[in-house]
Design a protein around this ligand. Structure first.
Ligand SMILES: O=c1ccn([C@@H]2O[C@H](COP(=O)(O)OP(=O)(O)O[C@H]3O[C@H](CO)[C@@H](O)[C@H](O)[C@H]3O)[C@@H](O)[C@H]2O)c(=O)[nH]1
Ligand SMILES: [Mn+2]
Length: 696
């Protein structure tokens, strides 16, 4: 278990193919005497149990991580490295918070000395320049402080496939940009087989900490004979082989002293190293977890030390296939010197035929006895997949000369002439309706005419004949009470402005005529034209509240009209159907509402005048009091007190000091019958703001 703040060298293993690289790297660091521990991040779905067993012999921490695949592989294809589809997995390094500092190294690196001083860097992130584009860093060697901020930022980018090369180097450079501590190239020297800067190499050679074999070709995939020259690249490759031979060549050449199981353990390393593989006696690679439980002691493996490997019986053909190479082994075993030249000619080349595909070497999986092998392919792994690439055609798009006409009259023929016709106007206001306007208080100051409803329409027509004589339709307006007239209580009209408009009379008359017959017609007394067809000789009215006469009542099945019951009030009505007069109430003739209203208005005014004015003082003066500080001369932009027309000049600036004549507009419906409402209320205390304003 990692103690808090531990330092580790770490690498990543995404497949068995890089196993020799990861092992050689670990050995090279240990051989160089590092004091730090080693960790390896593995994607367990693609790293075999054998490979893990090998890692376990060297690394202090084996950390399983989730594979992060880049699904957008266009940039990887550009780089010619589709095999790097999963290098985004590297970002899991930033999640390893159990470590204080990580010096990450690619599995294709070999340390020439242990660069332990990198752990002392104060920077959160350091890397060395990339030889292909030295402004950016190469991601083969990274010095980092794990933190989730960078991790999630990188993860978000990875999930969106954001990387200019489709792999981790493009991703990390896009994330960190210039925010990295630039290390010396000597920490991550990337020799090239194609071009070297020889003088520099010779000059700095002794300071090199690590070599990094970038590109598709790795020392272990080329074989030990591929680079035997004296170029810098060849020299570096030689350094890699030196470490390999120190640790793995021996096991190959001293089989006699090594138990067969131990030989099997390193076989996987040889297997993935070109030219090193000697097919041994057939062995299985079934991990212990997937082995059928053996109850028969005879079949269990004699060696308890390494239970990972077990001899199984192979079909005859397979045994024959492996028999031939095995026969060469006695020859090879004689060469105890680890000389590459002494390799027997008959040693099999690294060849896919020897790949331990589960169908060939692994014991057939018995589903009734064991779970599926961990390294078996996932379900539906061989489903056909279609990959669509973005077009890489650089020629710009050119629109064709003309596009074909769209099909005509497919669904609906548009009428040649519009079928909609505006209905003929009925009411006068439809003919010359004034355009809707908005009126602001300021407009009144500027002499803009008041809205039409405030204009006195002049004398109302006295009779219908006169009204019909009018040649041009009028725009009737509700007459307003002129507050300046001496006695408004006597002059206001009790009619409606529309009552005398002949067009309306005719319209309503027409409606009623059409509904006559067996349909109930509501008629009553009121201003209007005489309806001769009406039996009672009554006149049409637009008032819909009158009771129809008995004759006017139509037959069923229409809604029955209410019929007055003589004893509705518990008393007999008089012969006219009127209710008896109430006691103490003046008779209808004596009750002039105008007079009563005037009286009421006077009383109200007197009360106000007495309250506000002292003896001799002008009675209708509101005492002036100071306004709250800062509000002097301020007028609300939206609200302007509406004074009487006489004060219309300068509405917003002249303070209103005279009290308006009271007007009677009748009682408003404030509560429904039986509804409860608070009859008393404790006034809320003044707010602090109000108190301030009052005190000033
Ligand atoms: O099949 C694979 C492929 C990759 N790796 C791991 O991924 C690393 C990167 O792959 P590598 O072949 O080393 O890439 P390079 O050829 O070095 O290419 C460059 O570009 C890569 C993608 O951006 C970076 O990861 C490298 O650091 C950078 O040097 C390897 O070292 C391994 O640790 C595996 O384990 N198995
Ligand atoms: Mn690499």
């Amino acid at each position: 278990m990692a103690s808090d703040g531990e330092d580790v060298y770490a690498t990543v293993l995404l497949s068995d193919l890089y196993l020799p690289g990861a092992l050689v790297l670990a050995h090279s660091l240990k051989d160089a005497g590092t004091t730090k521990k080693l960790a390896v991040l593995v994607t367990t779905d693609t790293v075999s149990a054998d490979a893990m067993a090998q890692l376990q012999t060297l690394f202090d921490f084996i950390i399983p991580v989730e594979r992060i695949v880049n699904d957008s592989q266009a940039n990887l294809a550009l780089m010619g490295r589709l095999d790097l589809h999963s290098t985004f997995t590297k970002i899991a390094l930033w999640k390893q918070l159990q470590f204080r500092k990580i010096v990450y190294m690619d599995a294709d690196m070999v340390a020439l000395r242990a660069p332990d001083e990198l752990f002392d860097l104060p920077h959160a992130f350091s890397a060395a320049p990339d030889i292909g584009w030295p402004d950016i860093f190469n991601t083969g060697l990274l010095v980092l402080t794990p933190n989730l901020g960078d991790y999630y930022a990188l993860l978000a980018m990875a999930q969106r496939g954001i990387s200019f090369d489709g792999a981790d180097q493009g991703l990390l450079n896009m994330h960190f940009k210039d925010n990295f501590n630039r290390l010396s190239f000597t920490y991550n020297v990337t020799p090239s087989a194609h071009y070297q800067y020889l003088p520099a190499y010779r000059h700095f050679q002794s300071t090199i900490s690590a070599a990094h074999f970038i590109g598709q070709n790795k020392p272990w995939t080329q074989g030990r004979d591929a680079n035997r020259g004296s170029t810098p690249y060849d020299e570096m490759v030689g350094r890699w082989w030196a470490v390999y031979d120190r640790h793995y060549r021996e096991s190959l050449t001293s089989k006699q002293s090594v138990k067969s199981t131990a030989q099997g353990a390193s076989t996987i390393v040889h297997y993935h190293t070109k030219g090193e593989f000697q097919p041994p006696a057939p062995v299985t690679s079934i991990p212990p977890a997937y082995q059928p439980e053996e109850t028969d002691s005879e079949t269990s493996h004699p060696s308890a030390e390494l239970p990972l490997h077990e001899t199984i019986e192979l079909p005859k053909e397979m045994e024959e296939a492996y028999a031939a190479p095995v026969h060469t082994n006695p020859e090879a075993e004689k060469h105890l010197e680890p000389q590459p030249e002494s390799q027997p000619e008959s040693q099999p080349e690294y060849h896919p035929e020897y790949h331990p595909e589960p169908e060939i070497i692994y014991a057939p999986w018995d589903a009734s006895r064991a779970p599926p092998p961990s390294d078996s392919l996932p379900e539906a792994s061989n489903f056909p997949a279609t990959h669509y690439d973005m077009s890489s055609d650089p020629t710009p798009f050119k629109a064709p000369e003309r596009y074909p006409d769209p099909p005509k009259d497919m669904y609906y023929e548009v009428p040649k002439t519009p079928t909609y016709q505006k209905p003929a106007p009925i009411f006068p206001w439809e003919l010359n309706a004034p355009k809707a306007t908005r009126v602001f208080p300021e407009d009144n100051d500027l002499g803009v005419p008041e809205p039409p409803s405030l204009i006195d329409p002049g004398p109302a027509p006295t009779d219908e004949g006169k009204a019909e004589e009018r040649s041009a339709p009028v725009t009737p307006t509700t007459p307003t009470i002129k507050l300046t007239t001496a006695d408004p209580w006597q002059t206001y009209t009790r009619g409606n402005a529309w009552d005398d408009i002949p067009e309306i009379e005719r319209y309503i008359g027409g409606l009623q005529k059409n509904r006559k017959g067996n349909i109930q017609v509501l008629q009553g007394y009121g201003a209007g034209i005489t309806d001769v067809s009406s039996p009672g000789g009554r006149r049409h009215s637009m008032k819909l509240t009158d009771f129809p006469t008995e004759v006017e009542r139509p037959s069923l099945p229409v809604t029955p009209a209410p019929i007055r019951r003589p004893s509705f009030w518990g008393e007999e009505r008089d012969k006219d159907g009127e209710l008896p007069a109430a006691e103490g109430v003046p008779s209808q003739e004596d009750w002039d509402p105008a007079v009563q209203l005037e009286q009421l208005a006077r009383r109200q005014s007197d009360v106000l005048a007495n309250k506000l004015g002292k003896d001799g003082a002008p009675p209708r003066e509101i005492p002036l009091r100071p306004l709250p500080y800062g509000s002097e001369g301020v007028s609300s932009p939206t609200y302007v007190a509406q004074g009487p027309p006489s004060g219309a000049t300068g509405l917003s600036s002249t303070p209103r000091t005279t009290i308006e004549e009271p007007s009677y507009s009748g009682p408003g419906v404030m509560w429904e019958k039986d509804e409860t409402f608070p009859s008393k209320e404790t006034p809320a205390g003044a707010t602090e703001e109000e108190m301030d304003a009052l005190e000033n």
